[in-house]
Write a protein that binds this ligand. Structure first.
Ligand code: ATP
Length: 254
């Protein structure tokens, strides 16, 4: 069920509890600071993803979305703050968290060109049949070199493989990069179904906010490496996001 959208709160320090959600958080980030070398790219970022919730993370180029995801899934070190998995603080790295049920789909599609679609599915954590159930489009392509697939087919392969592993949470960076609108809608619907039917908690970075908010329950907005606002899904959520985004730009200008 989509929670009632709330107006955005322009928060310097958002509450870690999910907005408008009574669902227990599967994944939480509290006071995260992370970056590269000695330089922090994101500071004091907090967010939460409940079971069966789709949460979108928005922000302008360079706002810190990818850095936030990478630090959340343990792909880069944190400088400060905490990641909580099923309510417990964890310091596990990306591969350990993947085994524990936190799947990560990075922005560069992690298919292996040179291997067939079938072999790419076989190296996943789940059953090949489960991925094909989600994306029957892949069935006739099983023998094809994955490097020859279209961008949309590659993203179906990546997402199908990740969801076939029956994760408790899925973190996806730039889902729709370079993909046709119909494919994006298809991918988003598969995420919604996974959230609704399997209770997967989804944290999603997606440039096309209007599309993301057709399936997302809530959103967060990053600006200059800090959490700037948060709000609900749907049309009202999109309006609130636009207002909040404009405010962050005005803040930079003034
Ligand atoms: P985009 O939408 O353009 O991918 P983003 O919101 O995902 O942007 P990040 O990629 O997290 O933003 O980048 C946040 C900041 O960290 C930017 O200033 C960026 O230049 C810097 N940055 C990102 N990756 C690296 C890196 N590998 N080394 C050094 N700085 C980096």
């Amino acid at each position: 069920m989509t929670p009632t959208p709330r107006p955005p709160s322009l928060l310097a320090r958002p509450e870690p509890a999910p907005v408008g959600s009574a669902k227990p958080a599967v994944l939480e980030v509290v006071g995260l600071t992370a970056g590269y070398g000695d330089l922090a790219a994101v500071r004091d970022v907090s967010l939460a993803v409940g079971r069966g919730e789709i949460v979108a993370l928005f922000g302008a180029n360079g706002a810190g979305k990818t850095t936030t995801l990478l630090a959340t899934v343990g792909a880069i070190d944190r400088m400060a703050g905490e990641v909580r998995w099923h309510g417990r603080a964890t310091t596990q790295k990306v591969h350990q968290l993947a085994r524990a049920g936190l799947a990560f789909v990075p922005d560069e599609r992690s298919i292996i060109s040179g291997l067939s679609v079938l072999d790419n599915l076989r190296i996943g954590r789940g059953a090949v049949g489960a991925a094909l159930e989600l994306f029957p489009e892949l069935q006739p392509l099983l023998g094809v070199n994955a490097g020859l697939l279209s961008g949309g087919q590659q993203q179906m392969l990546t997402l199908g493989r990740a969801l076939a592993g029956l994760p408790d949470a899925l973190v996806v960076d730039e889902l729709s990069l370079g993909l046709a609108p119909l494919v994006v809608e298809r991918l988003l619907q598969v995420l919604r179904t996974a959230a609704d039917e399997r209770g997967v908690g989804v944290l999603l970075v997606e440039q096309q906010a209007h599309r993301a908010l057709t399936v997302a329950d809530r959103w967060y907005l990053l600006a200059n490496g800090r959490m700037a606002a948060e709000g609900g899904g749907g049309e009202a959520g999109l309006g609130a996001l636009r207002t909040a985004f404009a405010a962050t730009i005005d803040r930079v200008r003034t």
